[in-house]
Write a protein that binds this ligand. Structure first.
Ligand code: TYM
Length: 374
């Protein structure tokens, strides 16, 4: 929640200049440190660039998850999406990392599509809208290549019979005043929104119910979703489940500046359904760290740290540390101009999205095989 700092991070709002170190303190999570990274790499054999770059930078109970993997009973993965629209590149970040964890640890993934959430939080959405977007988003999930036999995707409204029976156990233990404190709800918040956190928590306990034995659960997500899981962790022991563990990433910034990409401003994000023309236009208009004139930029250099184009390369599109540092130095010295970086990023994004779109189309044929139904 907002305090003296001028940034806000909740599951529904990310604004201001987020101080990620402060957020770790504010949320009471732990930093991913060298020792933990070493332990993860001991199992994965390679260091994912999102760990190396400090993009996945915070966690809760990761060591317990690794203990469970090493000594039994193992663990499962859980992540999700609130289908309020099409998928953008920010959403893909935690999913790409989740895929890496699934591949390396060979574990199951439960993927929750919270169509109920997006209906209840957005007055302009009808149930059919969020359901349609849920199936559109599911194509993006499958396109990333998750292992079919180990991945179960569901919509809250369609898997309701199973979910409801777990969610009521959570809801019974969560007071209105807790949701006010954690999420900033007020007396005028609709009761569906207040209830919703019990559905997001319930998925962390779903594997235990399905398997009939207590099952550790690891949730990779951006740090904006952590408040739901603070509630889930508080409640878990009182209703006979393990507390879910988490590993959090930072937020891919908006193309228009530093806050979260906004669904109400489509030009601030690149969507997986965007055409090459749209990508070209969005990156062309992106906020950069450039100066007002070419002369001034050559003289003073650019500012990569505030540049959305540089951030996109850093977070997603250029994993070559040396090449990226080289670009940074050339920007700082004024040798490299914004048009050049925009061109490079446009080529990388267009290529990535066109490959993704091919896989996304193929996903239609196998979609049903991934769906969990009751
Ligand atoms: P949603 O749809 O807002 O976001 C889906 C996932 O993407 C992450 N995310 C981002 N990551 C990096 N950069 C960004 N700019 C960015 N924007 C969003 C979110 O943290 C999330 O991991 N209520 C949830 C759906 C949900 C869920 C879950 C998410 C249900 N169960 C378990 C994570 C884990 C939602 O609306 O996510």
């Amino acid at each position: 929640m907002a305090d003296d700092d001028d940034f806000v991070v909740t599951p529904w709002e990310v604004s201001g200049d987020v101080d990620y170190d402060k957020l770790v303190e504010r949320f009471g999570t732990s930093k991913v440190d060298e020792e933990l990274i070493k332990r993860i790499v001991g199992h994965t054999g390679d260091l994912h660039p999102m760990l190396r770059r400090g993009i996945f930078y915070s966690h809760r109970d990761m060591n317990w998850i690794l203990d469970a993997y090493e000594k039994g009973p193992g663990f499962v993965l859980y992540t999700g999406r609130g289908p309020s629209g099409h998928t953008h590149l920010g959403h893909l970040m935690p999913w790409v990392f989740t895929k890496y964890l699934q591949d390396k640890f060979g574990v199951e993934l439960y993927f929750q599509l919270t169509d109920d959430e997006k209906f209840m939080f957005d007055l302009n959405m009808e149930p059919e809208d969020t359901k349609n977007f849920a199936y559109e988003n599911a194509l993006d999930i499958i396109a990333l290549g998750f292992e079919k036999s180990k991945t179960k995707i569901f919509l809250d409204t369609e898997y309701a019979k199973t979910m409801y029976n777990i969610a009521i156990k959570v809801a019974k233990r969560v007071t209105f005043s807790t949701t006010k404190a954690v999420f900033g709800f007020t007396n005028s918040t609709n009761i569906g929104s207040i209830w919703f956190t019990s559905m997001q928590a319930a998925t962390a306990f779903l594997p235990t119910e399905l398997k009939g034995e207590k099952t550790p659960c690891l949730i990779p997500c951006a740090i904006d979703q952590d408040p739901h899981f603070r509630v889930a962790r508080d409640v878990a022991p009182t209703i006979g489940y393990y507390k879910p563990a988490l590993i959090h990433c930072k937020m891919l910034p908006s193309l228009a500046g530093s806050d979260k990409m906004s669904a109400s401003l489509p030009s601030s994000a690149i969507y997986t359904i965007d055409s090459p023309k749209e990508i070209d236009k969005k990156i062309g208009n992106a906020f950069t760290g450039g100066r007002v004139s070419v002369e001034e930029q050559k003289e003073k250099g650019g500012e990569p740290d505030i540049c959305a184009v540089y951030q996109y390369l850093y977070y997603f599109f250029d994993w070559d540390d040396k090449a990226l540092e080289d670009r940074r130095q050339k920007c700082l010295s004024g040798e490299l101009l914004c048009g050049h970086c925009k061109q490079d990023l446009t080529a990388l994004v267009t290529n990535y999205i066109s490959q993704h779109q091919e896989k996304r189309e193929k996903a239609r044929d196998v979609l049903e095989e991934y769906m969990l139904r009751d």
